[in-house]
Design a protein. Sequence first.
Length: 473
Amino acid sequence: MKRFPSLKPALLLTALAFQSVAAEQVDILVYADHVVTMDPSGALLTDAGIAIDDGIIVDLGSRKFIESNYTGRDVLDDKSRIALPGLINGHSHAALSLFRGIADDLALFDWLNDYIFPAENQFADREFVRLGTELACWEMIRGGTTTFVDMYYFPDTVAETVERCGMRALVAATIIDKESPDSDGAEQSLRQGVEFIKRWKNRNPRITPILGPHANFTLSEKQLRDTRTTANQLGVGISVHVSESKFMNEYSIEKFGKTNIAMFESIDFFDGPTITAHVVWPTDEEIEILARRNVGVIHNPNSNMKLAAGIAPITKMIEAGVTIGLGTDSTASNNDLDMWEEMNLAALLQKAATLDPQALPAKKALALATIEGAKAIGLDDKIGSLSPGKRADVILVSYDNVHQLPMYDVISHLVYVTDQQDVRSTIVDGKVLMRNLEVLTIDTDRVAHESKLKAEQIRESIISKARNREVTQ
Ligand SMILES: [Zn+2]
């Protein structure tokens, strides 16, 4: 009706008949009570629809407008839903989901050196990575995460798993100077990383291969320089752990005479697309470097709290112009992949740290998990908001479960009330990966069964090791 406001009834009928013939057929129509676009205008549509075709958002508008102009081969139209861009998890080690809760309540370096590195060396083979990544992808699809940045071993296996389950990911080949599950040191891991990039670059538009130099306490200056040079030659980005704990600055000062980020800057490490995870202890000068070099920073509040790493100065970095996204880090230090929790904690931590209730308001926290996260990982031309022309990564979230009632403000509700159990449907690149709570691209029963079996093996090995320790003591 809106399109023919001045037509007389007879003409209007003709126009409507013509219009229904002319309605464009698209792959999917999504309808929701509220559509949170996260586009630059901040538009929040009520009773609206999204038209998706060939993996792309082709249009969005009022329900009437979409109904008049499009027919869908598939329609997602269940009641009481909020549609928003899929969440972006900017830092993870997906396969470590198989170590969920294996060692809690420890400081970062005790946790890493005494538990995670040894357990990885014992268990993390190709099959472990396939199963752990699948378990993580299931949880992310279930919880409304559509894109993640991963850093782990056997990156081909990670990428193959992502390819199968339909998610979008930046997959980093880990570069580390110690014997690891897939290499004997930095040189081999970099060589393998190059081969991985060559195999996956331009292979699948959902998968972006990158390099993942672990940190500057696990690589030498030369190895870090070589990694950056190689990444630039290959035309790919880098993901790296930066300034996660006070130790990293102390180590960096002792070894290189500079704090962590200043050391990276001194070797031109930020001379190319870089995603830094954590950044809990930057100096004022280092914050200025991150802004000037356009470095993406991924804040992992849950992991930083659990490993007692500290509180990252997110508000200060945002004010200085640094691009911030959110991440979960691994399940082993979290102990889940719930991006709703990260949004909530990010907002609350900044208020507690600055004694300012307006620090990191809900809308900003939601932006960090969507459009700002997309900028931080260099994909904001494709994802992060619901705008015509962007790839169709869309999630539908319920807001009328009893534990969610009542709702006065959509954005506040998403950040302070919603968790991953409230996500109903997940669409990535125009494909429905979860529909009304059913994950369609991963066999739920098989993954659950295999994960329990693997955990039994891990448990038995840990118990028998502990027994051996007791006997020898
Ligand atoms: Zn990490």
